[in-house]
Ligand binder design. Structure first.
Ligand code: PLP
Length: 313
């Protein structure tokens, strides 16, 4: 058995991510339970939803006997980070197409990608938008390359996210009524909706400003489900990677209070939104909410290097 396959089978038997209950006066007063599925703790570098999204894609790349993985992302991308980590761990070369010109000195995410031997191509934002032409222009030999879309979002990624449901059900021996998570492309939410199959409500908190996100999630689903999920567009803070002082303060308070680290792009917005909805009485008394901590904590160092030491750790 190759190194690649041995490591993958190891991962299939690895333990589920822990589930932690949050206790607070607000939750007590509203008679709600809030559980956190700590996918950020799955592994040091291969964690969060980006690992779940990669898992079956790696199997597929191996089955197709591909010799490398190629994918796309921004200079702080959690997806590039996970892909590079997977490449190194499973012994498959990786190529990253990075949006925007190379900046010196490189940010911590780029340093990690390089340390994992990911081959990087920096392209202008304009060229990046024309992805197919882009690959022609770069003149790469793609015959043996497994190509993953930006964010790793494809049907196999959804399949990996679907597993969250069964894993959690086995751990808890019950199904929480509401499952909440942060939405970027929406593929993780779509996988979750499929996995729940109508047995519970899924709630996505959009982290970007995009009125068509709901339609795009709908189009990812294998059958039209509308009653069992909703998308909340009120907590993007102005758009992707936008934030304000209140959000930063809130993230730091949350960590001090509950010992759970959050980052400002995804999970910070999820928990901020969730607590605001709880405050507003959005959830009926007696509801158990399971929030998925989708990881992304690698981004904190780069965020602090860029904006000053805003996020405490
Ligand atoms: C990418 C990412 C998401 C969003 O996942 P989508 O499937 O694109 O919706 C949520 N949380 C974190 C930490 C991420 O890195």
């Amino acid at each position: 058995m190759s190194f690649f396959m041995r490591e993958l089978s190891f991962f299939n038997t690895s333990s589920p991510s822990p589930i932690q209950e949050i206790q607070s006066p607000l939750l007590k007063e509203r008679k709600l339970r809030l559980l956190v599925k700590r996918d950020d703790l799955l592994d040091k570098s291969l964690s969060g939803n980006k690992w779940r999204k990669l898992k079956y894609n790696l199997h597929e790349a191996f089955n197709q006997q591909k010799k490398c993985l190629l994918t796309f992302g921004g200079a702080y991308s959690n997806h590039l980070y996970a892909t590079a980590a997977a490449g190194q761990r499973f012994g498959i070369p990786t190529i990253g197409i990075v949006r925007g010109e190379a900046v010196e000195p490189p940010n911590p995410t780029i340093r990690f990608l390089r340390a994992c031997q990911m081959k990087l191509h920096f392209v202008s934002r304009h060229a990046y938008r024309q992805k197919t032409d882009l690959l022609d222009q770069l003149d790469l030999d793609l015959t043996d390359c497994y190509i993953l879309p930006e964010g790793g979002s494809n049907p196999l990624a959804m399949k990996g996210c679907t597993e969250l449901v069964e894993e959690t059900r086995e751990q808890l021996a019950f199904v929480p009524e509401v499952w909440a998570l942060a939405c970027g492309t929406g593929a993780t939410l779509a996988g979750l909706i499929e996995g729940l199959g109508g047995t519970a409500q899924a709630l996505g908190i959009a982290v970007l400003r995009d009125a068509s996100l709901g339609e795009r999630i709908q189009s990812l689903l294998s059958r039209p489900l509308t009653d069992n999920w909703s998308l909340c567009l009120d907590y993007h803070f102005g758009g992707y990677a936008r934030f304000d002082e209140e959000l930063i303060q809130w993230i730091n308070d949350f960590r001090r209070q509950f010992g759970i680290p959050l980052e400002p792009l995804y999970t910070g917005k999820l928990f901020f939104g969730l607590f605001d909805l709880i405050q507003q009485g959005y959830f009926p008394v007696g509801t158990t909410i399971l929030a998925v901590h989708t990881g992304g904590l690698q981004g904190i160092i780069g965020f602090n290097e860029r904006f000053g030491p805003l996020i405490e750790n």
